[in-house]
Design a protein around this ligand. Structure first.
Ligand code: PGA
Length: 249
């Protein structure tokens, strides 16, 4: 089954409103005709402006997190439904930085993923092992365990995007080799196949993330299990256009 590639930029806690405005305005004409689906995930405060600038461009806007309840006493949180009502279409869930610094667990990732799907947001569910886990030969167990919990009891798994991001490759300049990245994305697909059947697994798009740059994206995209990238640092610069349009360079 043909899976449309998907390249998403995770800005993390970078770019206030004016900077975001200028950057997205510059990027829209460069990215709007991409073969790959192109998603910008700016901080919450930039989202309304980002949606205005990208309207009718085919470029999608995602959030970096959401709460699973629609409303309530959750100081400092943003509901998935609030994002959906604005016109947001994607949401990153369970990024390793949220797991590490903000007590995100497989249980909360699962709740958020189910809620996102229920309200019509496409979740980009993140998984990936630490360096210690990889060196101990535990990478596969960790990734399989995360997917089993994060994607448990989902109605239509084909609507989920998974991002495999080895933690040791995030922001370090150290990319997984193409073979390592493809192998781990294969573990994700295999696990989904066991949970939901091969056809469903074949329809799920799996991204690689971790120091993706213009000079490694082309090779990564040739791997059979890799359908795109979740890009951090390089999504804050013009380099992102070269990654999104990897098929044209
Ligand atoms: P990086 O970040 O591209 O800067 O390594 C990837 C991510 O955290 O999603």
């Amino acid at each position: 089954m043909a899976r449309r590639p998907i390249i998403a930029g995770n800005w993390k806690m970078n770019m206030g409103l004016e900077e975001a405005n200028d950057f997205i305005t510059m990027m829209v004409p460069l990215c709007e005709d991409s073969y790959a689906e192109c998603v910008f995930c700016p901080p919450y405060i930039d989202i309304i402006r980002a949606l205005e600038i990208t309207s009718n461009s085919g470029i999608e806007i995602g959030a970096q997190n959401m709460h699973w309840e629609d409303a309530g006493a959750f100081t400092g949180e943003i509901a998935g439904k609030m994002l959906k009502d604005l016109g947001v279409t994607f949401v990153i869930i369970g990024h390793s930085e949220r797991r590490e610094h903000f007590a995100e667990t497989d249980e909360t990732v699962n709740k958020k993923t189910k809620k996102a799907l229920e309200i019509g947001l496409t979740p980009i569910v993140c998984c990936g092992e630490t360096l210690e886990q990889r060196e101990a030969g535990d990478a596969k167990n960790v990734v399989v365990g995360q997917i089993e919990k994060d994607l448990a009891d989902i109605d239509d798994v084909t609507k989920v995007v998974v991002a495999y991001e080895p933690i040791w490759a995030i922001g370090t300049g150290k990319t997984a080799t193409n073979a390592q990245a493809d192998e781990a994305c294969g573990w994700v697909r295999e696990t989904i196949a066991k949970m939901y059947g091969q056809d469903a697994a074949d329809a799920v798009r799996i991204q690689y993330g971790g120091s993706v740059k213009p000079d490694n994206i082309v090779e990564l995209m040739q791997e059979p299990n890799i359908d795109g990238a979740l890009v951090g640092g390089a999504s804050l610069t013009k380099d992102f256009e070269k990654i999104v349009n990897y098929d044209k360079y």
